[in-house]
Design a binder for this molecule. Sequence first.
Ligand code: BGC
Length: 478
Amino acid sequence: MKRRSLLKAGLLSIPFLSLNPLGLLANPKKMKPMSKEDFGKGFKWGVATAAYQIEGAWNEDGKGVSIWDTFSQKKKNIKDNTNGNEACDFYHKYAEDIKMVKSLNMDVFRFSVSWSRILPEGKGKINQNGIDFYHKVIDTCLAEGLEPWLTCYHWDLPQALEDEGGWTNREIIKWFANFVEILAKEYGEKVKNWMVFNEPMAFIGAGYMAGIHAPGYVSLGKFMPAVHYANLAMAEGGRTLRKIVRNGKIGSTWSCTAVEPKNPNAKKHVLAAKKADAMFNRVFIEPALGMGYPFDDLPIISRLKKYIEPGDDELIKFDFDFIGLQNYFRTVAKFSLWPPIMWVNVVPGKKLVEDKEDLTEMGWEVNPEGIYKVLKQFGAYGKEIIVTENGVAYEDVLDNGEIHDFKRIKFFEDYLKQVLKAKNEGVNITGYFIWTFMDNFEWAEGYHPRFGIVHNDFETQKRTIKDSGNWFKSFLND
Ligand code: BGC
């Protein structure tokens, strides 16, 4: 990497900052490095993962087929033509992986349950092997002194349910509640922290409108009912957990992005930003909070009104205990004739940076202030917030068996400073989970973007803690 880029990434300044005792003496307040204590006692630190991205064992021990199994087997859907058949083989390596999470001084292991491992057909017959597997995962966490945080749904819908319309079929509210009830009854005595969904805007938007994720539809006609039924299912899932899990803490997670207009002085771009904010940030949380859909700021979603039945205004509400906030990039929105109907487009990451080296492997711009802004924005809803995902993919180079991922460390330092700033200004933030524990199957991108603080060799399944993992280990050392 060029010296200029290193300087820009702040890497050349890190050793100087932390090793310069004169600097510390000269201005102790300014130079004091951020510490775990700054976030307060009881603040939870964790790593987040998702079933399809790590488990593998896609057809073992009675597991049914999910939409991601189907989608990833089709040529061209995944950039590097891979799939999650084996992924990180967490299904067999869970015990050593969970021990490694603990060795990094984490408090929390966040994982999701594969619906088709529990119910191969999505409903009906239960697969006891699937039930047993998650008991083992949970028991290992508890034995290690890690809190298991369970996400009920992280995008891998059973294919049998998709064959009946998936999220576009109103019946999914019942199917999902039935699945959640099984999870709550099985694991509710051991697991106290629950997330109903992972990022509904991502799986409904990318799956039914953009077509880049499973099940791969590009259809406004499917997107509209799917939005409404997912919102109803999320609230029903929350109620089901509340009924069954004693002293449970029940949340869900939302993808959040700080939206700005391309030009704040151009009315058309300001209007575009308002629409983008409503679409990306508000459609899936405000109905649950009793605020209804943002029809005024996003007229296009009036098209879902025809799917609203009497009583839905109440059924869609659920009083979540916390908001799981997930942030990766900001969104700069502009008026555009393409795509039509919404007339909003997003300025690509590469146009937002001066140097291509500043882009992440996903092509995203790094924008720490963005997490501060969304924390303030979502903080205004008045609920407890946990950052349930934040992280970055950079190309990692194995150097004599080590990975010196300084840019990733810099990313975490810069983002954490902004989280702390929002917290110090009164936003009720009580935890921060890293995306992600180890390099894994990154959906339509395949295995190339590496988000882990632990490196995985996908040929040998050998895990190697990266420098960023060790950075967290010492940062979190009591
Ligand atoms: C998802 C993860 C994904 C990450 C990085 C999040 O939106 O929850 O599953 O790997 O983004 O793209």
